[in-house]
Design a protein around this ligand. Sequence first.
Ligand SMILES: [Zn+2]
Length: 76
Amino acid sequence: MCQQSIELGIELNIINHGDSHIYFPHIHLHGNPIHALICYINSELNVRNVGVIKSIEISRDSETFGQFMKKWTNPY
Ligand SMILES: [Zn+2]
């Protein structure tokens, strides 16, 4: 959508989850207007499929905001 080159950061606890035969979905929020890249990633950390999500809703509660800030500062 925005033609940006996106570098993905996957948390280690997701990588080590154990479902090695299943592609796991990962989303990367960015841009103005905000949108998301959804990537399906295999156990070798190769991106197998991607899509763009333009419709995004974020819950307006303190729990979600706290988690958002935690993600924001997470170095993976
Ligand atoms: Zn984008």
